[in-house]
Design a protein around this ligand. Structure first.
Ligand SMILES: Cc1cc2nc3c(=O)[nH]c(=O)nc-3n(C[C@H](O)[C@H](O)[C@H](O)COP(=O)(O)OP(=O)(O)OC[C@H]3O[C@@H](n4cnc5c(N)ncnc54)[C@H](O)[C@@H]3O)c2cc1C
Length: 401
């Protein structure tokens, strides 16, 4: 019997609902708190859930979350002249033949909330955590609206700019600006020369562009723009017209459909800086712990952030299920997950620097990338990354501290 009976989960993005589902599977109650007043709908960016994330959702029994997604098994990389640089896989084929899936962020969040709601787990919206008090027998969460909640442990699933992380260790290094800004959009009826589900990515002369053709023939695109200094808050606000104009200038002269897609996008997603968190010395203190982006935020280039968050939830639930002393359970969790996530973060940072590099570096990259891509697609480490499976029935190993 686990001694942890109730967990307070802070943040209902991806890790939060996954955590609540995994704890319920482990026989542990939870309460799930989200700062936003409601589930944000509307247009948002999209992301790819790699095969290991699809598998983790399957272990959770939440595979229906991916109903609105489409399969994106591979990426084709091209230079600014359209030269083919390489092809790499986004995942492995799972037993039922499924592989990586691309989905809009609002659809993924909504699906996670629905999966939780179906099992009687409600998200408590408008509850922004501002403080944590440890008591001799438990932990108390304090919210901005003056309310409080009590539990045996508190799990921070509150994203890359985590409050819980800051409360666990106020001196922890802040997430780093990656040197890239991001934007994107969705377009109907602009023909592109690619197969549905195939991701095309272009190292443009001045910025990086990616797009995928969805089964309904809409094109989903994103752009990463190198910018040395992190812009001040508010400095990226501009009209849709200005953003389109700036982006079209950036991709002028590059081969591929970037300019046409940007031109046809009615509402481009506002520009925002990308942050990463490579190494966090203390993932837990006392009864509080962080998971997901709050603990480790790889560059989006990895295509792994969401999947790692879901894996975290399963592994932590297993540790709390099988290891009666919560301190040991949290230690085992951190040791196991650090070994899994940190090599992925390092690998993604290397690719990220390719996206952010200047023109001279880009020439060298175009020469060396094809052999590297071949390596990545076939290499054992990549297969290990995508084929990772959380075995729910094998007890957590307390000696793995
Ligand atoms: C441009 C971009 C592209 C990406 N593409 C991919 C991809 O293709 N594949 C992939 O796997 N990953 C991708 N990622 C990464 C992925 O989005 C994250 O790894 C994932 O969202 C992490 O989930 P999370 O639940 O830990 O955090 P989040 O999804 O950020 O959720 C955190 C939640 O906590 C809430 N919250 C914050 N503070 C508080 C508080 N004080 N109190 C209560 N609630 C709070 C927030 O409102 C939010 O709902 C991308 C990221 C970016 C920026």
């Amino acid at each position: 019997m686990p001694t942890v009976r109730k967990a307070l989960i802070i943040g209902a993005g991806i890790a939060g609902p996954a955590m609540a589902l995994a704890l319920q599977k482990a026989g542990i109650d939870s309460a799930l708190f989200e700062a936003y007043p409601s589930q944000a709908g509307g247009v948002g960016a999209f992301l790819t859930v790699a095969s290991n994330g699809v598998d983790a959702l399957d272990v959770l029994g939440a595979q229906d979350v991916l109903a609105p997604a489409f399969t994106t098994p591979a990426i084709v990389l091209r230079s600014s002249t359209g030269r083919f640089l390489g092809r790499t896989l986004t995942g492995v084929k799972l037993r039922d033949g499924t592989t990586s899936q691309t989905i809009t962020r609002p659809d993924l969040y909504q699906g996670m909330h629905d999966a939780a709601a179906e099992r009687g787990i409600a998200v408590e919206y408008g509850r922004r955590l501002v403080g944590i008090n440890e008591t001799p027998t438990g932990v108390q969460a304090r919210f901005a609206d003056g309310t409080t909640a009590e539990g045996d442990v508190l799990i921070g699933c509150d994203g890359v700019h985590s409050t819980v992380r800051n409360l666990i260790d106020p001196h922890a290094r802040k997430p780093a600006y990656s040197g890239l800004l991001t934007t994107g959009g969705y377009v109907q009826e602009v023909p592109v020369d690619t197969e549905p589900g195939s991701y095309e990515m272009i190292f443009g002369k001045r910025a990086f562009f990616g797009y995928a053709l969805a089964p309904d023939r809409s094109v989903w695109w994103f752009a990463n723009i190198p910018r040395g200094e992190e812009p001040a808050p508010g400095a990226l606000e501009m009209s849709d017209d200005d953003l389109r104009r700036q982006l079209i200038d950036l991709f002028e002269g590059d081969a591929g459909p970037a300019a046409a897609l940007i031109q046809a996008t009615e509402t481009p997603i506002p520009l925002s800086p990308i942050h990463t968190l490579a190494h966090l010395p203390n993932w837990h203190r006392g009864r509080s712990v962080v998971i997901g982006d709050a603990a480790h935020a790889p560059s989006p280039t990895s295509g792994q952030g969401a999947s790692l968050s879901i894996e975290d939830a399963l592994v932590l639930a297993k540790c709390l299920r099988d290891i009666p002393d919560y301190t040991s359970a949290l230690d085992v969790f951190v040791t196991q997950r650090r070994a899994r996530v940190e090599p992925i973060i390092k690998w993604a940072a290397r690719i990220n620097s390719n996206k952010a590099s200047g023109l001279f570096a880009a020439k060298i990259r175009d020469l060396v990338l094809p052999p590297i891509m071949k390596l990545t697609a076939n290499n054992k480490a990549a297969i290990r990354q995508f084929a990772y499976h959380v075995d729910w029935n094998t007890p957590a190993d307390i000696s793995a501290r």
